[in-house]
Each structure stands twice: as structure tokens, then as C-alpha cells.
Write a protein that binds this ligand. Structure first.
Ligand SMILES: [Zn+2]
Ligand SMILES: [Zn+2]
Length: 386
């Protein structure tokens, strides 16, 4: 079968000494410190065989995530930009949907023909964070498509405990649309986790600002709207993405590079109150943190989802005076995140979800899809695998 494999050279950055476990397992804690000269290519591999606790999925669609683009791109020193865990070579891809073609003998709750998607956080279930319910903070986590093989492949073997069936969506959508939407549940789940689980939600009627109109930011737009944000404002630096945000339900969109005195404008829009909830999905702390600290309402929440090796100063006195919350969040596993996101779609509460998909490429043209992803003008780019 055909798979997309990413390779790179293990070459510790000057001044960085890999930990013992990094060296022995070739699993970088930050790919940006260890993996150099990335190269991508479609190669032939044997089809996976099913283990007792696994299902074999014939992959239909797989989305390109910002993290995939960050493995594809390198910085001026030749290192991959991705600053999270990475073990290469690896079949990339973790935002997938497909159809079950084989079921392992210990698996229950799934059958051949089921339409499924899956979590990409492969939590162990044995470490203290996992046993305390914090699956997204698993100490032994493997990330599908980054530290262990992923879904830019015609077939994958995946443990059924990470999978969720999408059969109910067939009541509302065509089968092909179910497969397409199924590949969006993972990024939607990350936004859901940030807003409702890590961030503990917000009161309907809240004013909300989303920074970054990439797929996770766009997912946040859908969810904030569905949960009753009274005014929804989106800020990005790319007009095309802001247009998508508008279609998906944003009330106001602003291009940060063009707007002057954005703080005053946003304070006027919120009648001087500021935002009750702000979602950072841009990974641009030096640009967003100064805004967020000034635009937070009293007891406002700042949900930080953007991933980047970034530092930013913050005026903590403002946090004290305003009793603001700053909340980090990662992942999408546990807490009913996947099943509830699927229910929201099935119940017609996230009807604009398909608008997020702005390009679909056949598997044979996946390198063109990656090249396009570096322009950051799309919502979600999907690759049709089978
Ligand atoms: Zn992703
Ligand atoms: Zn664990």
C-alpha cells in the first residue's frame, strides 16, 4: 500500500544535549532541537496486520494539520519547525476518517463497515496522569503521525479504544460528507477541550475573541457560536482565512496588519466591557498576549491553544486587578470530547462545519497539498486517500 513517509536526520542542535530517553528511543521532546533536513515521499509498505485490540481502517480522508506543515518546513538552520514530540521516519497524518475492514478478536463495540475517526493522542492508561483522568497529559504518550505511524496511508491498524464511530452522521449527511467531516473531529475536539473542559466553559451572552483563523480557531468559532457567544470576533493576519471565519459564524473579523487601534475598536464593540473569553489559536504570543491582557473583561478567560516556542511578557498586575484566568490546553482525548463533538454535528448545531474544508487533493498529489499548506491561506486541506 501507499503511505506518506517523513524522514529527517537526527542531528542535535548546537548546545542541546538529548536526554537519555531521547537518544535511546529517537523520540525528540522538541523536534525543532533534533530533526534536520526533512524529506517527504510516497513509498510502498506492506499492509498492516490486525492485533487483538485493534481495528483495520481503510482511510478515506486525512487532513493536513499545522503540526504536519511544521514537520515539512524547516528553519534557517535546517531543523523542522515542529516543536512538539517527533520520532522519524514516520508515516504522517492524524486527522482521519475511514471504514473498518477488519476487527481484532478482543475488540467490542465495532464491526466491519462502521465509519470511524479516532483520537491521535495515544494515551497509555497506566501512568499517574492517565489514571487520574488526565489522558491528554499522559507521560508515555505517542502521537499518531508524529511519533508513531499515522493515517496518510491506505490502511491503518489502530487500537479500538482510541476510535469513535460516525455512523449516526449518515442520518444528516451523504456518506462522502460523513467521511470528510469525520476528518475534522480531531481539530474540533482540541477547540472543544480548550473552551469547555480545560477552560470550564462560559456563560451564554459572553463576548468572545478568537486569535488565529486556522482550523482550530475556526473550530472555536463554531463551538463558541453554538454555545451562545453574544458577539464573536476573529483576528488573523490573512484576509482569506478571515473570510472563512465570517462564513462560519464570526460577527466581526479584523486583519491585525491592517487594523489601526484594534484595542479601541474591540473595546467599542464590547461596549467597554472587553471579552469574557479569548481563545489563542495562533501560536503568536508576542502579538496576541499584549492584546489579550488588555482586552480581557473582569474575570475574563484566556484559553491558550497555539503551539510555538514563543516567549511573551505579560503585565501580571492586570491579571491580578481583573482576576483574569489564563488556561493552557492540549489534546482532545477523554471527557466525552469526541462523542459530544459528533453529537453536536449530528444534532445540526455545527452546520457550518463543512465550510472549514477549502481544498481536497487526491493522495497522488499530496506534495502539492503540503506546498499549499505552507501558504496558510486555507481553512482545512483534506487529502482523499481511498
Ligand atoms: Zn492536528
Ligand atoms: Zn499515560
Amino acid at each position: 500500500m501507499k503511505v506518506l513517509k517523513a524522514r529527517a536526520d537526527w542531528s542535535p542542535r548546537k548546545g542541546y544535549t538529548p536526554t537519555d530517553s531521547e537518544s535511546s528511543g529517537r523520540k525528540a521532546i522538541s523536534g525543532n532541537l533534533l530533526w534536520k533536513n526533512p524529506s517527504f515521499g510516497i513509498v510502498d509498505e506492506p499492509e498492516p496486520e490486525v492485533n487483538a485490540d485493534e481495528i483495520i481502517v481503510k482511510v478515506k480522508y486525512c487532513g493536513i494539520c499545522g503540526s504536519d506543515t511544521h514537520v515539512y518546513e524547516s528553519d534557517t538552520d535546517g531543523y523542522i519547525i515542529f516543536s512538539g514530540p517527533a520520532r522519524l521516519p514516520c508515516i504522517l497524518g492524524h486527522e482521519y476518517s475511514g471504514e473498518i475492514v477488519e476487527v481484532g478478536r478482543d475488540v467490542s463495540g465495532f464491526k466491519r463497515g462502521d465509519i470511524v475517526t479516532g483520537e491521535s493522542i495515544f494515551w497509555c492508561g497506566r501512568c499517574l496522569p492517565c489514571r487520574s483522568g488526565m489522558l491528554n497529559q499522559c507521560e508515555n504518550v505517542e502521537l499518531m503521525g508524529l511519533t508513531t505511524n499515522g493515517a496518510f496511508a491506505e490502511y491503518i491498524a489502530v487500537k479500538s479504544k482510541y476510535c469513535w464511530d460516525l455512523n449516526s452522521l449518515e442520518e444528516r449527511f451523504s456518506k462522502d460528507d460523513v467521511f470528510k467531516i469525520g476528518a475534522l473531529i480531531e481539530p474540533l475536539g482540541c477547540a472543544y477541550n480548550g473552551i469547555f473542559i480545560s477552560g470550564n466553559g462560559f456563560n451564554p451572552g459572553a463576548y468572545a475573541i478568537v486569535y488565529g483563523a486556522g482550523p482550530i480557531g475556526l473550530g472555536a468559532v463554531l463551538l463558541l457560536k453554538a454555545a451562545g457567544a453574544a458577539k464573536l470576533i476573529v483576528i488573523d493576519v490573512i484576509d482569506k482565512r478571515l473570510e472563512i471565519a465570517k462564513i462560519m459564524g464570526a460577527d466581526y473579523v479584523f486583519n491585525l496588519t491592517k487594523a489601526d487601534d484594534i484595542e479601541k475598536t474591540l473595546m467599542d464593540i464590547t461596549s467597554g466591557w472587553g471579552a469574557d473569553i479569548q481563545v489563542e489559536a495562533a501560536g503568536a504570543a508576542n502579538k496576541t498576549v499584549p492584546l489579550m491582557q488588555n482586552l480581557s473583561s473582569k474575570r475574563g478567560k484566556i484559553i491558550y491553544l497555539g503551539r510555538a516556542e514563543a516567549m511573551s511578557e505579560m503585565e501580571l498586575n492586570k491579571i491580578v486587578s481583573g482576576s483574569h484566568y489564563i488556561i493552557g490546553s492540549r489534546g482532545h482525548s477523554g471527557y466525552g470530547i469526541f462523542p459530544n463533538t459528533i453529537r453536536l454535528i449530528q444534532g445540526g448545531r455545527l452546520n457550518a462545519v463543512s465550510e472549514m474544508i477549502t481544498s481536497v487533493f487526491p493522495f497522488s498529489k499530496i506534495m502539492e497539498a503540503f506546498a499549499l499548506s505552507t501558504k496558510r491561506t486555507d481553512g482545512k486541506i483534506l487529502v482523499k486517500i481511498n
